[in-house]
Design a protein around this ligand. Structure first.
Ligand SMILES: [Zn+2]
Length: 304
């Protein structure tokens, strides 16, 4: 019997495997939600970098602020790499809360919408570190080429709108408004990875673009109609020709990152339902679906 507050068991799913130490290509480290550090040993790009992960009660009724110590600890645990760019896939707190702290700590650019720039300004990120990108824009960091395509937030955006003035925490979680939602193509000589953090799409937006691997936002997909899930898959995975999907934004992001990731309670979002639906589409299109483990260095393009 399945109790609504029970959580799916991750044991039953295939997971990304650790990269060999000598891998000379791109190494990806997943940090929960849609935070991923991509590095080739010379250059590193971090998406979101959300590691503060305040508890549910505080998020619901309290004030939140970046946990600088959590960011420091995360940076140390990753081996204190230099980071060239921190990219926010949109500006909700579970994406953009900590990004300015990473920028301040590493000297990275803060990349995203004008809303993300205002979140950076609120924490003193200097103007020359802010990169506001629009649909179709490209930024190059070392051997990484980042292309930004505007997308849609998953349905039921709780904090729509933009952040129009510098956002100085602590604030209510709803102050981190969506801004622009991006799909980010990360091209590297080793392969092309699409990071698509929010489970929404613009029909046709990704047509004509290719990716080897999609880090696919699956938050709340268990609550959508099957037709929506199929359209989402078709518009993000199928059109890009990806052979591998790594689901992201399925973990309970109210829980600290120093414990193993766990899915949300079934009552909120049932990962088993989501994975069951993805499996059908993946088998149809001969795509491999691998769950990421937190912190583990993986080669996203490795052949298995
Ligand atoms: Zn969001």
């Amino acid at each position: 019997m399945r109790f609504p507050l029970s959580r799916p068991d991750l044991e039953r799913y295939a997971t990304c495997s650790e990269a060999p130490a000598t891998s000379g290509g791109v190494i990806a480290r997943f940090l929960g939600a849609s935070s991923v550090l991509l590095s080739d040993g010379t250059t590193a790009v971090l998406t979101d970098g959300f590691v503060s992960r305040p508890g549910a009660l505080r998020v619901a009724i309290g004030l939140i602020t970046p946990d600088v110590r959590a960011v420091c600890e995360a940076h140390d645990r990753l081996g204190a790499p230099p980071i060239d760019a921190v990219v926010c896939v949109h500006s909700h707190y579970d994406h953009a809360l900590d990004a300015p702290v990473w920028t301040g700590m590493t000297g990275a650019d803060l990349v995203g919408s004008e809303s993300t720039a205002n979140i950076g300004r609120g924490l003193g990120v200097p103007e020359h570190r802010l990169r506001v990108v629009g649909d179709g824009d490209v930024l190059v960091y070392g051997a990484f080429r980042l292309s930004f395509v505007e997308s849609e937030h998953s349905p039921g955006d709780r904090f729509p709108g933009t952040v129009d003035v510098p956002l100085v925490p602590p604030r209510r979680s709803g102050a981190w408004r969506t801004g622009t939602v991006y799909s980010v193509f990360v091209e590297h000589p080793a392969g092309t990875l699409l990071l698509h953090g929010s489970a929404g799409f613009r029909p046709g937006a990704l047509h004509g673009r290719n990716a080897d691997v999609v880090y696919l936002g699956v938050g709340m997909l268990s609550r959508r109609r099957p037709a929506f899930v199929e359209a989402y898959w078709d518009e993000v995975v199928r059109v890009t020709g990806a052979r591998r999907v790594v689901p992201v934004h399925w973990d309970d992001f109210f829980a600290a990152l120093n414990r193993p990731l766990r899915p949300l309670p079934r009552l909120v979002d049932d990962l088993d339902v989501t994975m069951g639906r993805l499996r059908v589409l993946a088998e149809r299109d001969h795509v491999e679906v691998l769950l990421p483990a937190a912190w583990l260095p993986v080669d996203p393009f490795a052949h298995r």
